[in-house]
Design a protein. Structure first.
Length: 294
């Protein structure tokens, strides 16, 4: 079932009653409720939103990702459950003992599909002769020849111009990409935890200061969905992170994704990818279920 994404940008009080999220406006008596079982992601942006611990516990028990933004409106922290899967010990056992060749093969598949989806974005935008096929067709195990980085330089140049540099603190539309990726990262971590995997154990990303390297790995082929939304916003001159742009980014989670022989919303596709990674770790499959940008 497609879960709801809730975004709170005004002063509110959030509580729980009868397994329902109760939303109370601080300047009126208006009350709105939402079934907690239908919620997938909660984004709390306004610094005057208050919430109760029982509500947070119930959201976590239902594997809902809770994202809290800083004073600049950027996602800065995330509440995740520690026991959201019936067989976490079994999944973790296989995750801990995956062989290095298998780890490199999984990363190869993720990089290939990321570049394929980047090429699909450029195709949709009518970019001719971008030659990204040469890169995704020649990815080696573990991407030892860095096809991801080489393809990215060409991709960003076509997407936002030759002077664009993809940098976290760079000029717009870097800010749009940062926001979209933060939301995507949270949704990916939620899907991984729901599959009994530990986001702290990555395939390729292994920075000791990074709490979610596996989420950074698995989200790679999904990044182009954010890129397309950021491009469309930039083309319309929307380079500030206003409410409209943030709403667009949140809608990425419901974008149509081709995965296997079916089309699913992106948030559901993430759960399929995460489940396939568990099977990959167990040796039950050699191929990950990855998104195809359509």
């Amino acid at each position: 079932m497609l879960k709801q994404t809730l975004f709170f940008s005004s002063p509110l009080r959030l509580s729980m009653r009868d397994k329902q999220l109760v939303i109370s406006k601080k300047d009126s008596n208006e009350i709105v409720t939402r079934p907690i079982e239908d919620i997938g992601i909660v984004v709390i942006e306004n610094q005057q939103v208050s919430f109760t611990v029982p509500l947070l516990n119930e959201l976590v028990n239902n594997n809902a990702g809770v994202i809290i933004c800083n004073g600049k409106g950027m996602p800065s922290s995330m509440l995740m459950g520690l026991d959201n899967n019936s067989t976490p010990a079994e999944s973790l056992k296989y995750q801990l003992h995956v062989a290095e060749p298998s780890r490199k093969q999984a990363w190869k598949q993720l990089v290939e599909q990321k570049i394929k989806n980047q090429a699909a974005v450029l195709d949709i935008l009518g970019v001719k002769n971008h030659n990204l096929k040469a890169y995704y067709s020649s990815v080696l195990s573990g991407d030892s020849s860095n096809r991801e980085g080489i393809a990215a330089r060409q991709y960003w140049s076509y997407l936002f111009g030759k002077d664009f540099r993809r940098e976290r603190e760079g000029l717009p539309p870097n800010n749009l990409l940062n926001y979209g990726y933060a939301i995507l990262r949270a949704a990916t971590a939620r899907a991984l935890v729901g599959s009994g995997l530990l986001p702290a154990l990555g395939l390729f990303h292994r920075n000791k200061y990074n709490a979610f390297p596996l989420a950074d790995d698995v989200m790679e082929p999904y990044r182009p969905y954010v890129d397309k939304v950021a491009f469309d916003a930039a083309e319309e001159g929307l380079l500030d992170l206003n409410k409209d742009v943030k709403t667009r980014m949140l809608k990425v989670l419901t974008a149509d994704v081709g995965i296997g022989k079916v089309t699913r919303p992106l948030s559901i596709a993430l759960t399929i990818t995460s489940a396939s990674l568990v099977k990959f770790y167990k040796g039950e499959t050699k191929k990950l279920s990855l998104p195809v940008l359509i």
